[in-house]
Design a protein around this ligand. Structure first.
Ligand code: NCD
Length: 312
């Protein structure tokens, strides 16, 4: 994997996904040590380039890089020459010339990480591009399910809510299908991608489909609830937040339709009382803070494999 770009899970081979998840297990053990610092990536520079707000993803990449001994440069577009009209590519080339060994990029426009990856020698990691993908979030969701259930193959996973605007959902769906899970999507018709059946079920129709909420939850091993992305909705897609909560909000009662040992995941930030009630978010099935921790392990794994190429 050395030098590889991590842009999406749609095209990532299953063996690469498995390699990242295996390596993340070793990285998670490092997180448990009293002294959490390795010399593995000493002398390497990881540069983060975030054009959109982020709490977890950015700090998680930074923590991962630092634990592995790398230096971190945080580039803040709001105070940079981008404000003077400097182009994206010139900015990225400048950071490359300054010694970035890896660029972690988040942008509101789909395709920006690939655009840069095609033009730079430095490996690019997509930290979320528009409504396209968020591959490391997908990987940490897979890792969380794997740690809780011991496998992914054959599991039933429900993905609920605002699928259309969710790059997390896209990465989750590709990753889950690649590892052999069954995926059921549920949400208001106005928040499901219109071309969904053609969009990704073409070669795997038995493994993924749209369902009612009850049907998606029935017998589910894992439920991933998505944030209602109000900032990405130009027109009104839902009658009111109250109506959305009543029809699609995950409650403890609804969760009873799932398997007794179901786990609940959410990429955060959560709109409590809207897409999920606090009883579920803070309940025994909730993995949300484990996801955050796993995010560090998975990003350590990705950075390690890209920058050290699997050398011990
Ligand atoms: C997500 C994102 O930004 O795509 N958050 C995250 O990275 N944890 C999901 C979201 O904003 O709803």
């Amino acid at each position: 994997m050395r030098g590889m770009d991590v842009l999406d899970l749609e095209r990532m081979p299953r063996s690469t996904i498995e390699n990242i998840l295996d390596t993340a297990r070793t990285m998670e053990e490092v997180l448990d040590r009293p002294a959490r610092k390795l010399p593995t990536l000493r002398g390497k520079n990881v540069t983060t380039l975030f054009f959109e707000p982020s709490t977890r993803t950015r700090s998680s990449f930074e923590a991962a890089a630092k634990i592995l001994g790398a230096d971190v440069t945080g580039f803040a577009p709001a105070t940079s020459s981008l404000q003077k009209g400097e182009g994206l590519l010139d900015t990225a080339r400048t950071l490359e010339a300054m010694g970035a060994d890896c660029l972690v990029v988040r942008h509101r426009t789909a395709g920006v990480p690939r655009f840069l990856a095609d033009r730079l020698g430095t490996p690019v990691v997509n930290a979320g591009d528009g409504m396209h993908e968020h591959p490391t979030q997908g990987l940490l969701d897979l890792y969380t399910i794997l740690r809780a259930k011991g496998r992914i193959e054959g599991l039933r996973v429900a993905i609920v809510g605002d699928v259309e605007h969710s790059r997390v959902a896209r990465s989750d769906i590709h990753g889950l299908l690649s590892l052999g899970a069954q995926v059921r999507l549920a949400g208001p018709a106005t928040l499901l991608p219109p071309a969904f059946p053609k969009w990704m079920a073409a070669d795997r129709p038995a493994k993924v489909g749209v369902a009612t909420l009850d049907h998606a939850l029935e017998g589910a091993d894992a439920v991933i609830v998505l944030r209602l992305q109000r900032e990405r909705q130009a027109g009104a897609r839902i009658p009111s937040p109250e109506e959305y909560a009543a029809c699609w909000g995950l409650t403890r009662e609804r969760l009873r339709l799932a398997k007794p040992d179901v786990i609940f995941l959410h990429p955060m930030p959560m709109n409590r009382g809207l897409e999920v009630e606090s009883g579920v978010a803070d309940g025994p099935s909730s993995q949300v803070f484990r996801q955050v921790r796993h995010g560090v392990a998975v990003r350590m794994s990705v950075l390690y494999l890209i920058l050290a190429g699997g050398e011990p």
